[in-house]
Design a protein around this ligand. Structure first.
Ligand code: GH3
Ligand code: MG
Ligand code: MG
Ligand code: MG
Length: 317
C-alpha cells in the first residue's frame, strides 16, 4: 500500500524501527483539551513507537516538563483553558531551545496569523486540523529526525571521540556560564588538572592501542568517581580536567586523593598475559572568582607541574 506522496506506511514503520534500533525511545508530550483528540494522537504516536504522555492544557504541560526533563517533543493544541498553546510555546522556549525540544503546534483555528505566531515564538512545525494520519506521521518523524541529527552533530562537536568525555572546545564554551551560576549562588567549585605519569613508557612498552585503552580506563574512572553535575573533560593526549560543583576544599581534596589511589590500585587487563598499572599526578584548587578561567587553569597546571617535580603519583592542592 502506497500513500499519495509515494511513501508507504511501511516507510514510517522502518523509520520507527531504525530509531528503536538506535535505542532511542523518544518521549512525546501531547497537550490538548479534547480527550477524544488526545486518545487519537496517543494511538498514532504509539504506532510510531513513541512513549506518550498526555495532558489537558499548557500549565499541566509545564509541570510535566519539569517532572520529566527528557521529553523530546511537545505536540500542542492552540485553544485550551488555563494556558493556550501559544503561551505554552513561549514559556517552553524560555528554558529549552529548538535544538533541545521540538514543538509541533496543532490547531483548527482558521486564522493564519496563529500559524505565524507559533513559528515566530519557537514552534518547530505546525499542523492544521483536520489532517491525515499520513501528514501527521511525516511531520512528527521529520521533526524528530531533525532533532536527532542536530544532537548527533553537537555530540561530535562537543565530545572527545576516544573517551566520550567533553572536549576542550566544549569546556571553554560552557564552563564560564557554569561558573557564573556559582557566583550567583555563592557555591565553591574545585578544578583539577590531571596527567598520566610516564605515559610515553606505556606507549613505548605496549604500543599505542594499549595506551589508548589506558586513557579510556582513566576516563571511565573519572566519570564514575564524580557527580552528574560535575564536568570531566579530556583536554588532549593523556591530560584531563575535572570540575567539582558545590564543594569545599576539604571534600575536594578527599575526592581527588581517592581518585589518585583508585588509579594506583587499578590494574588494566589487556589480555591474559598483559597487565598494565599506571599512576596520575593532580594539580587542584578551589576556583578563584577574582581571576579568569584561564588564570585558574594555568594555576592548576603549575600545581600539576609541582606534583610531577615532587615525584609523581601525588595530589598538589
Ligand atoms: P610525565 O609523567 O611527565 O607526564 O611523562 P609522560 O611520558 O606522560 O609525558 P607527557 O605527558 O608529555 O606524554 C604525553 C604522551 O602521550 C606523548 C604522546 O605520544 C602520548 N599521547 C598523546 N595522545 C595520545 C593518545 O590519544 N593515545 C596514545 N596512546 N598516546 C597519546
Ligand atoms: Mg482545543
Ligand atoms: Mg604524562
Ligand atoms: Mg601530558
Amino acid at each position: 500500500y502506497v500513500n499519495k506522496s509515494g511513501k508507504g506506511d511501511i516507510d514510517y514503520i522502518i523509520n520507527a524501527i531504525e530509531r528503536l534500533r538506535k535505542n532511542r525511545k523518544h518521549k512525546v508530550l501531547v497537550v490538548d483539551d479534547s480527550l477524544v483528540f488526545r486518545k487519537q494522537m496517543e494511538s498514532m504516536l504509539k504506532n510510531l513507537f513513541f512513549e506518550v504522555i498526555s495532558v489537558a492544557h499548557g500549565e499541566e504541560a509545564m509541570g510535566m516538563l519539569q517532572a520529566k526533563p527528557d521529553i523530546s517533543m511537545v505536540l500542542t493544541d492552540y485553544n485550551m483553558p488555563v494556558m493556550n498553546g501559544l503561551d505554552l510555546t513561549i514559556q517552553i522556549r524560555q528554558t529549552y531551545t529548538k535544538n533541545e525540544l521540538s514543538i509541533l503546534a496543532l490547531s483548527s483555528n482558521e486564522d493564519d496569523e496563529i500559524t505565524a505566531l507559533f513559528l515566530k515564538h519557537g514552534a518547530n512545525d505546525y499542523i492544521k486540523k483536520p489532517f491525515s494520519k499520513e501528514e501527521f506521521s511525516v511531520r512528527v518523524n521529520n521533526s524528530i529526525e531533525a532533532l536527532e541529527n542536530i544532537q548527533e552533530i553537537l555530540n561530535y562537536a562537543n565530545r572527545d571521540y576516544l573517551t566520550g568525555l567533553y572536549n576542550r572546545r566544549y569546556f571553554f564554551n560552557t564552563i564560564p556560564e557554569y561558573l557564573e551560576n556559582a557566583k550567583d549562588s555563592g557555591e565553591k567549585y574545585a578544578i583539577a588538572m590531571i596527567d598520566i605519569d610516564h605515559f610515553k613508557k606505556v606507549n613505548d612498552t605496549y604500543g599505542h592501542d594499549v595506551g589508548d585503552k589506558v586513557i579510556v580506563v582513566l576516563a571511565d574512572l573519572l566519570r564514575s568517581s564524580t557527580n552528574v553535575h560535575d564536568i570531566v573533560a579530556r583536554f588532549g593526549g593523556e591530560e584531563f580536567c575535572v570540575v567539582l560543583k558545590n564543594i569545599n576544599r576539604y571534600s575536594a581534596q578527599e575526592i581527588f586523593e581517592r581518585i589518585r589511589i583508585e588509579v594506583q590500585n587499578h590494574t588494566v587487563e589487556i589480555d591474559k598475559e598483559t597487565y598494565v598499572n599506571f599512576t596520575i599526578s593532580i594539580g587542584a584548587l578551589i576556583y578563584n572568582e577574582e581571576e579568569t578561567l584561564e588564570e585558574n587553569i594555568n594555576e592548576a597546571d603549575m600545581l600539576l607541574y609541582n606534583a610531577k617535580k615532587e615525584g609523581r603519583n601525588r595530589l598538589v592542592f
